[in-house]
Design a protein around this ligand. Structure first.
Ligand SMILES: [Zn+2]
Length: 467
């Protein structure tokens, strides 16, 4: 008997309607001495595995290099799946490694592969000063990842269950938004943290751009004196966390340093004794830390954590104020590394953490964040006037004075207006004389709209002169 022919209908597919965004949730863990040992044992095993896999990759590359020189064309490079197979072999000889969860072990190969991918990408882009991944020190490897949230790694009623490690108390102070994907256990700032990444639809975590949104648009200049300055001249100037704590940090760090010196002196005496008696001299790292030194390391770590937390709190606060007050926000894109490389600015630039603030703004605003390029040929938006004339300033010059249009205003204030002109084609009235181009907010009245068009036309010529 013939089967009835089904009607030709479109195949049903499940597509997410909104962009998916990944968010990380970082919770501190409560870990006792036994659990701490167990965690370090697992991390240590993964570190050994990582360096073994890395050695394989380096060998492979070297062999291929030689073969290439001999004119061989059929070269075989190690892949992630090759390394998965190699892990099976390594596990047999390492009891600590065999206790780790299989996916945690495989994730080590994923990390090695990701490192190589980044390296090849950099080569492709023609970036200079890039090197292939290399071996890392024991103390620099301090995290393991469970790539699947589920039976092997899961949070339930304040307890984190990790396969092969047991149960840990977690301070999960907020609800995880979205679908949890991975669990990473990481030692940072003197304690263990559990970092859970979750995927969520963008509409659930950020306020999307809506056509009926009547809030005004804003533009920001980022800087070291005031972290953010908008085009109306308002500054978002959170406390400089490290600067406020530097006296306390200096005292605590000096004390810790003295205790490290005492340890070295003790070692020198012991080494001299051993030499005199003809015994082999053990390395310095075998001398245990004294209880006082351990306590002092904790004091320093706590102060640094506090500085970090204060900075983070204010960055988040700024981001949420900006997100609730404005519709779109334009921020100038510029490199920050050069400030950190400058010896005189390094401390204050690190304390301000401009890049972190931008990342938080981006994550809070989604598509409402507009990255404005640093377009001038004169070397930065702060080196021009809103009239288009170049006004060169050094970093210490905080007041902008234009010899062409006689505009005098705060340096950051003018820079924010340049950002505004590039992003929205309009400057703010707060700049005063000669600058009647006003950002009219989001009103739909005809008068305002005409004003806006006129302002845009005036700015078009200004823009054309710059490009
Ligand atoms: Zn001017």
């Amino acid at each position: 008997m013939d089967m009835p022919i089904k009607a030709n209908r479109a195949k049903r597919t499940r597509k997410p309607k909104h962009r998916v965004v990944t968010r990380a949730f970082d919770f501190p863990m409560e870990v006792n001495a036994r659990q701490n040992d167990r965690l370090w044992m697992h991390v240590g095993a993964c570190w050994r595995l990582r360096n073994l896999l890395m050695a394989d990759r380096i060998d492979n590359r070297e062999t291929n290099k030689l073969l290439k020189q001999q004119g061989e064309t059929d070269l075989r490079y190690l892949t992630q799946s090759d390394q998965y197979a190699a892990i099976h072999e390594y596990v047999r000889h390492d009891t600590a490694l065999s206790k780790a969860h299989s996916q945690v072990r495989q994730n080590v190969a994923v990390r090695v592969d990701a490192g190589y991918k980044r390296f090849f990408e950099a080569l492709k882009e023609g970036r200079t000063n890039v090197y292939p991944p290399k071996f890392i020190e024991r103390k620099k490897y301090r995290s393991i990842t469970y790539p699947q949230y589920g039976p092997a790694a899961k949070i339930k009623t304040g307890k984190l269950n990790l396969s092969g490690l047991g149960e840990f108390r977690v301070f999960d102070y907020c609800k995880i938004k979205g679908k949890p994907k991975t669990v990473t256990v990481k030692f940072k700032q003197g304690r263990w943290h559990c970092i859970i990444t979750a995927e969520a639809q963008e509409k659930d975590v950020v306020d999307l751009l809506r056509p009926d949104d009547t809030r005004p648009d804003a533009e920001f200049d980022t800087g070291l004196t005031a972290l953010l300055t908008d085009s109306e001249g308002n500054a978002y100037n959170p406390p400089k966390a490290w600067y406020d704590y530097r006296a306390r940090l200096r005292i605590a760090q000096k004390k810790m340093s003295r205790q490290f010196e005492a340890r070295e002196k003790k070692y020198e005496i012991l080494a001299a004794q051993a030499k005199a008696e003809g015994r082999p001299v053990s390395p310095l790292k075998d001398i245990p830390y004294s209880n006082r030194l351990k306590a002092q390391i904790k004091v320093v770590a706590k102060l640094h954590t506090k500085v970090d937390n204060i900075r983070d709190h204010h960055h988040k606060k700024n981001a949420s104020v900006v997100a609730s007050r404005y519709r779109k926000s334009a921020v100038e894109e510029h490199a920050v590394q050069f400030m950190i490389r400058n010896r005189k600015l390094a401390k204050v630039a690190t304390d301000r953490a401009i890049h972190k603030q931008k990342l938080l703004l981006k994550s809070k605003l989604g598509k409402r964040y507009i990255a404005v390029p640093n377009q001038t040929e004169n070397g930065g938006n702060s080196q021009t006037c809103t009239c288009g004339a170049p006004v060169s300033k050094e970093l210490k010059d905080r007041i902008h004075h234009c010899p062409v249009c006689r505009l005098t205003a705060g340096r950051d204030h003018v820079a924010a207006n340049i950002v505004s002109i590039i992003a929205f084609g309009i400057a703010s009235l707060t700049l005063g004389v000669g600058h009647t181009l006003r950002r009219p907010g989001r009103s739909s009245s005809d008068v305002e709209r005409t004003k806006r068009c006129a302002a845009k036309a005036a700015c078009a010529s200004w823009k054309a002169s710059r490009l």
